[in-house]
Design a protein around this ligand. Sequence first.
Ligand code: SF4
Ligand code: SF4
Length: 107
Amino acid sequence: MKREQASDWSLEFEKAIATSGLADDISRCISCGKCTGVCPVAAISPSYNPRQIIREVLLGNYERIVHSEEIWRCFWCANCAATCPSEIKYPLLMLYIRYFSMSPRSM
Ligand code: SF4
Ligand code: SF4
């Protein structure tokens, strides 16, 4: 197994997402889990967890997120955004993370 390196982590990742303004301020996430509770993908695929993905982004776990196949499971139904008490636009966060996964690392 590949050793985790300091460069695998990046707090700049969350800053880039915040600067984009797409998903709104994900630091407002209170980890309530409502997004995961209403997600049809999470219902049939328990390893998919929007609340956990936001946590990982906030922690700066860049490599884990951008190379995860989980980021390709969301199909933008927007149930999560409709129920989020912090008004986080999670589907747009997914869009942005997919963009990062296909772009050369720039931070
Ligand atoms: S519903 Fe919103 S506040 Fe709650 S865990 Fe999901 S993103 Fe965070
Ligand atoms: S938009 Fe994506 S993450 Fe949100 S509820 Fe729908 S499938 Fe799940």
